[in-house]
Design a protein around this ligand. Structure first.
Ligand code: ZN
Length: 283
């Protein structure tokens, strides 16, 4: 099942994408794709609905972030060995964890805003894992039972804020619009192996990232188990699992985003995002 949220920002309703690519309104059956509604049993009851009987939503409707009520937006750094190499880093002996502030979350096709004083805004296509069931000290063998679904994430990053301004990476990761999520939350039954998915990102039609989740260093069950030693995981939490090579920082010379440019990124079976880059009007 491909679940999504549609409508104006802040007023999104839940929906699903039917087998013909038509968006159907789910709001008579679930209030939002958040919290307890992400539980596997709740999602199974949605899957039993007759999609053709649900109201059709116009195709040009805005798509919002595919999950709501995100309590934590957790990212894994340097989780592809070839990406670590392009940034001049070693693969870390344990996963690097950092945060994106939840105010960074936006729809998959919303504009990405270059923040004030930024000269190094960069891209990162990533596989996002959405938690559906709470847990702490989760065994690796049980970890996938805690997953509501998967989505595309663009871990937009400001490299100077991230790396040259002292402290942790978080300054350069959580700016507004730096967290497009979606278009769809794809349930695990449609993703037989999340570690065999092609992923790509283009800027103005030039392909910079062309990877596959098979080269992830720390895989999803391990990451869920590992994170749950340090925090409880809650329904709606998003784990962004790292990016393959081809980020702007890794180009020779480095390439960064400019207003007017267009990003197109996607993951096999999880859909595509399309973002126009804009200057900050408050800048
Ligand atoms: Zn990242």
């Amino acid at each position: 099942m491909k679940l999504l949220r549609f409508g104006p920002s802040g007023q999104e309703k839940p929906g699903l994408l039917d087998d013909n690519g038509v968006i159907r309104d789910l709001s008579a059956h679930v209030t939002d794709l958040a919290g307890e509604h992400l539980d596997r049993h709740a999602l199974e009851s949605l899957a039993k609905l007759d999609a053709a009987s649900l109201p059709e939503v116009p195709a040009d409707t805005r798509i919002g972030a595919c999950v709501s009520g995100v309590g934590k937006f957790i990212c894994i750094g340097l989780n592809y060995s070839d990406h670590a190499a392009e940034t001049g880093s070693q693969v870390p002996p344990e996963p690097v964890i950092f945060n994106k502030w939840t105010s960074a979350i936006c729809g998959p096709d919303d504009e990405v805003i270059i923040p004030r004083d930024s000269e190094k805004t960069d891209w990162e296509v990533e596989l996002g894992v959405v938690i559906g069931k709470a847990g702490r000290y989760i065994d690796e063998a049980d970890a996938m039972q805690h997953v509501a679904g998967f989505c595309v994430v663009n871990d937009v990053s400001e490299r100077e804020f991230q790396l040259e301004r002292s402290g942790t990476w978080d300054k350069g990761k959580g700016c507004d619009t730096f967290g497009p999520l979606g278009p769809w939350l794809v349930t695990p039954d449609e993703v037989p192996d999340p570690h065999q998915l092609d992923m790509w990102l283009e800027v103005d039609g030039k392909r910079y990232q062309d990877g596959n989740t098979r080269t992830m260093v720390y895989q999803i069950p391990f990451l869920i188990s590992y994170l749950s030693r340090f925090m409880s995981l809650q329904p709606g939490d998003v784990i962004s699992t790292g990016t393959p090579p081809g980020v702007g920082m890794g180009q020779q010379p480095p390439v960064y985003l400019k207003p007017g440019q267009r990003m197109r990124l996607g993951i096999e079976g999880l859909g595509e995002q399309h973002q126009t880059v804009v200057a900050d009007q408050q800048g």
